[in-house]
Ligand binder design. Structure first.
Ligand code: ADP
Ligand code: ZN
Length: 217
């Protein structure tokens, strides 16, 4: 199954993508995770990435497409994947179509998680991630049992450098202007299904699976 999961920052797409990856036994490809990993290398590319990401701007289409194309050409992606955070511009969506077409593949479904902006702002400013396993928490609505420590693996929790008030507002604005048109692009192709994201994780997962399996669409 070739799935794209979309939604504004903080909509829970990373959480759902992880679950879908396990459910369907396909790799979870997160552009944000790939970039954060690349940011630690301190090479020329990491400087470009840090500059964009920490200001809440998008990384250039050229660099993003190159990095994703490289990842999607790997063997584990040939029978499906769940893409999270990519495509984020119409130009990236067109580039993805070409990458897949060259391989005789196509997207089966684009899931859009809808969450009100006010809810997202609050979620983003209070979220924490585990350094080691990537589990996410919310210091108010879903705190770890022991402060600063991951329930799953005991590692330290951290706040993403781009989860501060200024950057969060910029990211939401960018989403509105540049990424929302991608929804329209996929809607025209009949691939889009929109799911209410402001519900418990399991409820959102069930709606997504129903939509992927065409029980409701
Ligand atoms: P979120 O969806 O929670 O904002 P991500 O982890 O998906 O966060 O992305 C973090 C940042 O990485 C984005 O704000 C952006 O700067 C950059 N980024 C991620 N994916 C893309 C993309 N497809 N194109 C351009 N920039 C991207
Ligand atoms: Zn952990």
């Amino acid at each position: 199954m070739f799935i794209v999961i979309m939604g504004p920052p903080g909509s829970g797409k990373g959480t759902q993508a992880k679950i879908l990856s396990e459910t369907y036994n396909i790799p979870h490809i997160s552009s944000g995770d790939i970039f954060r990993q690349a940011m630690t290398l301190n090479d020329e590319m990491s400087i470009e990435l840090k500059k964009a990401i920490n200001q809440g701007h998008l990384v250039s289409d050229e660099l993003t497409n190159k990095i994703i194309a490289r990842r999607l050409s790997q063997k584990d992606c040939q029978s499906g994947f769940v893409l999270d955070g990519y495509p984020r511009t119409v130009s990236q969506a067109k580039a993805l179509d070409t990458m897949l077409k060259d391989n005789n593949q196509k997207i089966d479904r684009v899931v859009n998680l809808y969450v009100d902006y006010r809810v997202i702002m609050e979620r983003l400013k209070k979220r924490l991630f585990c350094k080691s396993c990537g589990s996410s928490y919310n210091s108010v609505t879903n705190p770890p049992k022991s402060s600063g420590i991951c329930d799953q693996c005991g590692s330290e929790l951290y706040t993403r450098t781009d989860d501060n008030s200024n950057t969060v507002e910029e990211r939401i604005e960018v989403y509105d202007k540049v990424t929302k048109p991608v929804l329209e692009f996929y809607s025209k192709k009949g691939l889009l299904c929109t799911i209410q994201g402001n519900v418990p994780v399991e409820v959102a997962t069930k709606s997504i699976v129903d939509c992927l399996e065409e029980k409701s669409f």
